[in-house]
Every structure is written in C-alpha cells, then in structure tokens.
Design a protein around this ligand. Structure first.
Ligand SMILES: NC(=O)c1ccc[n+]([C@@H]2O[C@H](COP(=O)([O-])OP(=O)(O)OC[C@H]3O[C@@H](n4cnc5c(N)ncnc54)[C@H](OP(=O)(O)O)[C@@H]3O)[C@@H](O)[C@H]2O)c1
Length: 277
C-alpha cells in the first residue's frame, strides 16, 4: 500500500501516484481506470497533457469517492497572466468535472516570458487555495532563485516543487533547498522514461535482491522521500511500479545508485532558466 507524505499546509499526498503525460486522451480513461483498480490513489495530469477530462471520467467510472483519489493539475504556459490563470483554472475544474483539485501547480516558471513575473501568477494560485478550490498549491520546474523570489514576495510557501529528478540527474541543489524549507519534492520522469533501467548498477542490485529494475529505481526515490508518479499504459508495468512498499534498499545500495548522478549533463528536459514554453 502506498504511503503518504505530509505537506507544509497540513494536508497529505500519496507518495506514489500515476502520471498521464503522453497518454493519448483516447486511452486515458482506460489507463487511469486500470491504475485505480491496481490501487493507485493519486493521478498527476496537466492542462498541457490534454487529458484532464478523461482523468475525471475515470475517477467517476471507478466508483471510488472523489475524496479517495488525489488529483493534481497544472497551469499551462500561455496562461500566466492573472486573468488568464483564473480562466485556465476554471477550465481545469470544468474539464475534470470536479469542484476542487487536491494540488494545482504552475507548470513552468518561464523566467524569460511575462517580464520574468511569475510572482503575480503565484498570487492567483493563492486565491484558489484561499477559496478552497485547490486544497494545496505548488510549483513545477522552479529553480532555487525562483523559490527564493516567492519566499521574499509571496504569502504561501509552495507545498511541492515538481522537478526533473532521476538517477542521471539528481537535481540536488533544488531538492535540498526544498527539503530545508518544507517544500516536498516530486520527481518527474522518475525512471527517465525507462532509460535508467538497464544501467549495470541498477540491474546488479535488481538481480541481487530479486526485484525488477523499475522497482529498485522507484524504491530508491521513495526512500529519499520524493513523491513519484511513473507513467505506463501497460497494466503489467503499472502493477510492477506499484509493488514497492514490501522491501527496502540498504544504505550502501542507496549510495551506489546516487553515485550515478551526471549533474547538469544528465538533464533530459528543458532547462527551466531558459525554457520559454
Ligand atoms: N512537471 C513537468 O514538467 C513534467 C514533465 C514530465 C513528466 N511529468 C509528470 O511525471 C510523470 C512521469 O514522467 P514521464 O512520463 O516523463 O516518465 P517516466 O514515468 O519516468 O517513464 C515513463 C516511460 O517508461 C515506461 N515504463 C513505465 N514503467 C515501466 C516499467 N516498469 N518497465 C519498463 N518501462 C516502463 C513507459 O512506457 P509504457 O507506457 O509503455 O509502460 C513510458 O514510456 C508524467 O506522466 C507526468 O505526470 C511532469
């Protein structure tokens, strides 16, 4: 059973969820339904993914109570201006078909756009939290400098920062900054879209302990306290990714895996300092 992480606003989030980036809308309801059947209770979507409607549909079809499924969505890059953000959030709730989301994030900081102003966008998310339509609010792809600006100018500390983080890119400066300030880290692309699964360090540990490489990698994230939501459209792989709470990696194995970090050269996605959406 997935464990929960306490967030800085008094709520909690299932540490393991299901990501739906790059799942075709036509396949999303089915995929999320399978994930919910397996036991996932946390779904990470975004307006950008084009499948919020189907995520909501899956939750309704599952027969589960809305409160039993943790749902995250994100503000799209073209909508940072305050009135656009308000409209976008209304659109997200209406696409999902729910009155609230559990967590709403600014998808990217976009420091080269909007005159570098993501603070007024963040203040609009603070409104959504104040009116109860977002139980928690957070950011994604924020660097330390971006978080420092929010700390100086905003009222609410982000509950989470969702960042690229996998074995070849530990993103350690951003993660430890969050850890020191109560901002939980969500690791996107936790298995680097499969690319870390045949690393000899991972396969070596996997063979020694008799678990698949995916479980070794996801377990490593869990033991470091990160929140993860691997994406899969295969029920077998969804199940494999879910069964990570009945074993533990030893400190030596944890360290060996962390040693795979390639620093900045291991980054696969865009650099948030320059990405303009
Ligand atoms: N905030 C952001 O900017 C941002 C950016 C990227 C992603 N995300 C979020 O993070 C989630 C996860 O990241 P991601 O989708 O980029 O990558 P990921 O979860 O690291 O990897 C997904 C890929 O790995 C394959 N896979 C999954 N489980 C596997 C297993 N057990 N064995 C072998 N292959 C496996 C999947 O293929 P199959 O489907 O064929 O199984 C898929 O191609 C996304 O869905 C999204 O919610 C956020």
């Amino acid at each position: 059973m997935a464990e929960s992480i306490d967030l800085n606003d008094g709520t909690s989030i299932p540490q393991l969820g299901f990501g739906v980036f790059k799942i075709d809308p036509a396949e999303t309801t089915e995929a999320v339904l399978r994930a919910l059947e397996i036991g996932y209770r946390h779904v990470d979507t975004a307006e950008m993914y084009g499948n919020e409607r189907e995520v909501g549909e899956a939750v309704r079809t599952s027969g589960l109570d809305r409160e039993d499924v943790y749902i995250t969505s994100k503000l799209n890059n073209g909508e940072h201006r305050p009135d656009d953000a308000r409209r976008a959030f209304d659109g997200t709730l209406s696409a999902l078909g729910f009155d609230t989301v559990d967590l709403y994030l600014i998808h990217w900081p976009l420091p080269t756009r909007y005159d570098g102003d993501f603070v007024s966008t963040w203040k609009v998310l603070e409104e959504f939290k104040a009116d109860g339509r977002a139980r928690s609010i957070g950011v994604s792809n924020f660097q330390v400098a971006h978080l420092e600006l929010l700390a100086a100018e905003a009222d609410v500390t982000p509950a989470v920062n969702q960042i690229e983080l996998h074995l070849y890119f530990l993103n350690e400066e951003v993660r430890t900054y969050g850890e020191a300030r109560g901002i939980a880290t969500e690791a996107w692309s936790p298995i680097a879209r499969g690319d870390v699964l045949d690393d000899p360090v991972v396969t070596g540990i996997a063979e020694r302990i008799g678990r698949p490489p995916s479980q070794v990698v996801l377990r490593w994230h869990i033991q470091r306290g990160s929140i993860v939501f691997p994406k899969s459209t295969s029920p077998a792989r969804m199940r494999e990714n879910f069964e990570i709470f009945d074993f533990e990696l030893e400190p030596g194995e944890m360290e060996q895996i962390a040693g795979l970090d390639r620093g900045e050269s291991g980054r696969r996605g865009p650099n948030p300092d320059t990405f303009g959406g």
